[in-house]
Design a protein around this ligand. Structure first.
Ligand SMILES: Nc1ncnc2c1ncn2[C@@H]1O[C@H](COP(=O)(O)OP(=O)(O)OP(=O)(O)O)[C@@H](O)[C@H]1O
Length: 265
């Protein structure tokens, strides 16, 4: 396990009643943008929820930002330094975008003298500057998602966890959001769960592919692309190259029986 890792997970098992969502997973991540990929039900949300400290592991060890997250006090300290966008999140519909993001800044203990500027900067960074004083209930679904991203980055987190952040964003916003991700990943450890391979091709330095609660592939995006081999189609796009790598890695992980087995690396 890399000693400089900001996320170090060993033997992580998460069970929901009889379902094993994560099966003794080992994972180590450092700064950069990590695309978290996998089929429906692979365990992506279960993993992000444990990393966000909102769900407890059934067993295993989870070290975040150099601290074991098992202790209550440690979790509180970690939360100040992380940002989290859940797949679905609640908000007071009568809050303005500014109030919504400021409330999270307060929860994260952003110093009061710095909070107003931090809120404005986060809202501007997601392209909602002109709607900062609009009430949440008047926003479109994609705008609510962007407000959700703003609350996740308001404390300049060292660990940023985004569960399907591009769902509902229009194409222009997706392009801008990917640029923001790349910028955030120069300093922070960013984990983005997504089904959109375009997100991975455009914004992720690394990929972790999970299936049936186990790691099927982990490495630089270029390595996943290389696994897919040369394009059969002339002028194949970077997106189709990631798709081929994804499929090849999953098939190798499943083996000839078609069932998941040990990870590739
Ligand atoms: N609250 C729950 N109760 C029971 N089973 C659950 C619960 N949450 C998740 N599961 C199960 O755990 C497994 C992993 O689910 P999880 O949501 O982590 O997958 P995912 O990779 O995020 O899926 P998707 O791509 O569909 O969002 C699935 O089999 C799912 O049905």
């Amino acid at each position: 396990m890399n000693p400089s890792a900001t996320v170090a997970v060993t033997g992580l098992t998460v069970r929901h009643r009889r379902t094993v969502a994560l099966d003794a997973l080992d994972l180590s991540l450092g700064p950069g943008v990590h695309g978290l990929l996998g089929p429906n039900g692979a365990g992506k949300t279960s993993l992000i929820r444990v990393l966000a400290t909102v769900a407890a592991p059934s067993s295993g060890r989870v070290e975040l930002l150099g601290t074991d997250s098992a202790g209550h006090g440690e979790r509180t300290a970690i939360r100040r330094r992380l940002g989290y966008l859940p797949q679905e999140f609640g908000y007071y519909p009568a809050f303005t975008v500014r109030e919504f993001v400021a409330y999270v800044a307060w929860l994260k203990e952003v110093p009061a003298d710095r909070a107003p500027a931090a809120v404005e900067r986060a809202v501007r960074r997601v392209g909602l500057g002109d709607r900062i004083d609009a009430r949440m209930k008047t926003l479109s679904g994609g705008m609510v998602r962007r407000a959700g991203i703003a609350q996740a980055i308001v404390n300049e987190p060292e660990l940023l966890l985004l569960d399907e952040p591009t769902a509902g964003l229009d194409p222009e916003q997706r392009v801008e959001f990917r640029a923001l991700l790349r910028e955030l990943g120069t300093r922070a450890t960013v984990v983005v769960s997504t089904h959109l391979v375009e997100d991975v091709a455009a914004a992720c330095t690394d990929v972790a592919l999970i299936e049936a609660g186990r790691l099927a592939f982990q490495g630089p995006t270029a390595e996943l692309v290389a696994l897919g081999g040369d394009s059969a189609e002339p002028g194949g796009s970077p997106t189709s190259a990631v798709e081929r790598g994804y499929t090849t890695a999953l098939r190798a992980h499943r083996g000839p029986t078609g069932r998941a087995r040990e990870s590739l690396r």
